[in-house]
Each structure stands twice: as structure tokens, then as C-alpha cells.
Design a protein around this ligand. Structure first.
Ligand code: SF4
Ligand code: SF4
Length: 463
């Protein structure tokens, strides 16, 4: 194994700068040593890791990152810029968990590690431009995106530019020279925007006898950019005999905060959702965005990382987490009503990392798609390898995100006659659509619920 030679072996003294104050204490409080020791260095995860596939560098592999994190946690090295850059380049896609025969819980290593790195960060990049860029990135990620209302409002200029047909101006040289990189990256990801959808009612009645009562997480970026998918999801659930509730005080799931190291804010949002959803009295809380579903299912685990947490709150977070279902997982468990309208398409299905690796929901979307008359799902190389979206990764790590996006597009275009890409995550849809467009392809990217909705057809008149 050619892991970073700068890291001394166990028992040797640190060769590097000391740890930021409190980092080691925090790491030891939130990551039990045993979690590092679960890794037996077999290397079976390497070929599943997107960043290792791209760079071939052991430090960009799960095994290498675990080695680096352990060395930092044990105080054998400081958190050097080089080590931090290998950890920050991790997509948190958790493909390594699926591949690992030893049951390593990689997400439960890297995520608390990032929280600790963030809360003890003392370094502010020098220069006004760098500080402004750090402030802008943090404001966009942690204040704008988590609010569907604010995101809707912020999308108006882009909507007008698209309507006036001058959207391409944003890619011109003067605009690129004057616009911060993160805004350029956001613009690149924008889909064709529809007019803002109206507020959803509190309740939707089932078609036919009621088989279940569920509540839908409508999300923040998802509701601002993919409101049609939320409405398609509601109709699909109605067709399957579900009463669907839309709690008005629900909040962002907190994933964007947690993955960027702000556990305090993520837990505040978790407590808000705990109060907003009537989870004790319904069959399931439904997510249709893989990243949000994975986060909601992790509320209990995230609570456990805080040694000061109130045990009653921890129990509630754990019980709430058990009520979370991805929509495809829920429908397969319920027994889906067969859709009747043919959709004549040849498509490929891309496994969103936070669905297939974090939630282990792999067969259910395929099972639902197999019910659609006329639809052919063709196999695709590396269906389970990340497309580079990974939450806000395609904004904060643009180079690797582009490499992975282009890799994904190459595999899509290798499929003869492919007419659509289907997936279960809004972030993947944005990333793949942008990368396809840059490859001069007009193949649409759709959510599994969008195409199922087409196949179920309109609701009966009196709904
Ligand atoms: S497969 Fe698991 S045990 Fe083996 S190197 Fe990777 S993380 Fe460690
Ligand atoms: S989470 Fe993904 S990118 Fe990170 S080490 Fe595991 S497989 Fe590699």
C-alpha cells in the first residue's frame, strides 16, 4: 500500500504541525476508535471509489483516507493542507461501504471528521477576494439553498434571461470574467426553469380505498427546481391508494449543512422536522430525493455523535428515522398498482449514490420501471459510480466533479439508441443534464416518478 509517506506509523512521534485546538478531543468523542479498526486494508473497495478510479492515488481511496483520518485522530500527524485536500475530495458517495466485506461504516468516519475539521477551523484564506468567495459559497450553501422560497426568488433573474433568450450571455467572456466561479457553476447546472408552482395543499386524497397515509418531504432546491417531480410523486402515491400529507412547517433535511461540517444547524433542522411531521401517526415519511432521504434516515446516527444529546431526543430522532422511506422503496413494500399507459422509450437508469449505497435501495426503482408498458431499461457501465453531483460537491470541487460527469456521459452515450436517463435524485439530474448538454446531447434526464406518473396517466376527475 502506497499511503502518504508523510504519515508516521503508530508509535512514532508526529512529523507535522500540531492539530487545531480541540480537534483531537472532538474526533475522539464522535468517532469510536473501533470504527477505524474495522478496516483490514484489503483494498476491495478501491475499484468502487470514483476518486481513486480517476486519480489512481491511494490517498484518494477509501483505504487511504481511513488511514489518513486515523493518523490525524491518533495525533500522529497534523491536519496538513495535503491531508485535508484528500479528505475534501471525497464525494461521500459511500460506494466503499457497499464494496467493503468488513462492514466499514465509512460515512460515519468521514462525516464526523468533517464536522470536527469545520468546527476547529482557524485558517481564513488570505486576500479579500478569497474571503469574499468563502463568504459567498457559505451563504449560498447554508442560507439560500436550504430555503425553497429564497431559492425560488433567487431564480427569477435566470428565469427572465431564459424567457428573453439571452441566457447564453452568461457564458460570454465578460460575464465569466466578472462573475464569481460558484455562480458560474450554479448557472451551468440550471435546468429549463418552469414558472414557480403554487403552494401545495395540506392533503391529497387517495384514488380508491385508502391503503396508507404518508407525508412527503418536498425539499428546498428540489421544490424550487423540480416542483413537477414533487407533484408527479404525489399523483403516483395517490394512484397507489395513499393519502398524502404536506406538513407546512417542514424544513430542509439539513444534509447540506451536515456534509459541510455544520452539525449544530443540521440538528436544529432535524428537531424542526421532528415537530413538523406527524410521524407517529402515519405509515411513512416519504423522500423522493436520495440525498435528503439518506440524511433523514441518519438523524439517529448523527444524534449519537453528540455526547451531550438528551436521551429522549435521541430516541425520537431514531424512531423518526425508522419512518423514512424512499418513494420507490415504499411503493414496492406496499405492492404497486400496475400503471397502464405505455411509454415507448429506451432509457438507462443511473443509481444515485445516496439511494443505492447510503440507503441500499437498488432494485426497487428498477422493479417499478419494469411495470411500465413499452419502457426498455438498457444496462449501463458503472451505473453505481457517482456522476460527480454529490450534494454541493459539483460546486465546491469542480475539477473532479467535471471529470466524473464526463465519465458518466461517456457511458450513457455508449448505449445505442438511448433516449432518456432516469434517476432518483435531483442533484444527479442537474449534473447529468449539464454534462450531457456540454457534450451536445439533448437526451433528457428524468426522475423515476416523472415517468411513472406518465404511465399512470391523469387522476380521475373528482380529485
Ligand atoms: S474494503 Fe473495507 S476493509 Fe477493505 S480496505 Fe476498503 S474499507 Fe478497508
Ligand atoms: S465515499 Fe466515495 S469517494 Fe469517498 S472514499 Fe468512499 S467510495 Fe471513495
Amino acid at each position: 500500500m502506497s499511503t502518504n509517506q508523510a504519515v508516521p506509523a503508530s508509535g512514532q512521534s508526529p512529523a507535522n504541525s500540531s492539530l487545531p485546538a480541540g480537534l483531537q478531543t472532538q474526533l475522539q468523542a464522535s468517532i469510536p476508535q473501533k470504527r477505524f479498526l474495522d478496516c483490514v486494508h484489503c483494498g476491495l473497495c478501491l475499484s468502487a471509489c470514483p476518486t481513486y478510479l480517476e486519480t489512481g492515488d491511494e490517498n484518494d481511496s477509501p483505504r487511504g483516507r481511513i488511514y489518513l483520518m486515523r493518523a490525524v485522530a491518533e495525533g500522529r500527524t497534523g491536519l496538513t493542507n495535503e491531508i485535508a485536500s484528500h479528505l475534501e475530495a471525497c464525494l461521500d458517495c459511500r460506494a466503499c461501504e457497499t464494496a467493503c466485506p468488513s462492514g466499514v461504516q465509512y460515512g460515519r468516519l468521514i462525516e464526523p471528521f468533517r464536522v470536527a475539521m469545520e468546527t476547529t477551523r482557524t485558517e481564513v484564506q488570505p486576500g479579500l477576494a478569497n474571503q469574499a468567495s468563502q463568504w459567498l459559497t457559505s451563504t449560498l450553501l447554508t442560507k439560500l439553498f436550504p430555503s425553497a422560497g429564497l431559492t425560488q426568488w433567487a431564480l427569477w433573474p435566470a428565469r427572465w434571461m431564459q424567457a428573453l433568450g439571452v441566457d447564453g450571455l452568461a457564458k460570454s467572456w465578460p460575464a465569466r470574467a466578472l462573475t464569481p466561479q460558484i455562480l458560474q457553476r450554479m448557472h451551468r447546472l440550471l435546468p429549463k426553469l418552469s414558472p414557480p408552482a403554487g403552494a401545495l395543499p395540506d392533503r391529497f386524497a387517495p384514488v380508491g380505498p385508502r391503503r396508507a397515509t404518508v407525508a412527503l418531504l418536498t425539499g428546498c432546491v428540489a421544490e424550487a427546481m423540480f416542483s413537477q417531480t414533487n407533484r408527479a410523486t404525489i399523483r403516483v402515491l395517490q394512484h397507489n391508494g395513499c393519502e398524502v400529507l404536506i406538513p407546512k412547517t417542514q424544513a430542509c433535511c439539513g444534509a447540506i449543512h451536515y456534509h459541510n461540517g455544520d452539525r449544530t444547524k443540521a440538528m436544529r433542522l432535524a428537531r424542526q422536522n421532528l415537530g413538523a411531521f406527524p410521524w407517529r401517526n402515519i405509515d411513512a415519511v416519504i423522500a423522493n430525493v436520495a440525498g435528503c432521504g439518506a440524511m433523514l434516515k441518519d438523524y439517529g446516527h448523527i444524534g449519537e455523535e453528540d455526547p451531550q444529546i438528551d436521551p429522549v431526543l435521541l430516541e425520537e430522532l431514531t424512531s423518526f428515522a425508522h419512518k423514512i422511506k424512499d418513494v420507490s422503496e415504499f411503493l414496492v413494500d406496499l405492492g404497486p398498482v400496475e400503471p397502464q399507459h405505455p411509454v415507448h422509450l429506451k432509457a438507462v437508469y443511473h443509481d444515485a449514490c445516496h439511494l443505492c449505497h447510503a440507503q441500499k435501495v437498488k432494485q426497487q426503482p428498477r422493479q417499478l420501471l419494469s411495470l411500465i408498458p413499452g419502457l426498455t431499461i438498457a444496462p449501463i457501465e458503472e451505473a453505481e459510480i457517482c456522476c460527480g453531483a454529490a450534494g454541493s460537491y459539483n460546486l465546491t470541487q469542480p475539477e473532479m466533479a467535471d471529470r466524473l460527469g464526463q465519465r458518466k456521459v461517456r457511458h450513457i452515450l455508449e448505449v445505442q439508441g438511448v433516449q432518456a436517463v432516469l434517476t432518483g435524485n435531483a442533484g444527479c439530474a442537474l449534473q447529468m443534464a449539464a454534462c450531457l448538454s456540454e457534450a451536445n446531447s439533448s437526451i433528457p434526464v428524468m426522475h423515476v416518478m416523472d415517468i411513472l406518473d406518465q404511465s399512470y396517466g391523469p387522476l380521475p376527475q373528482n380529485r
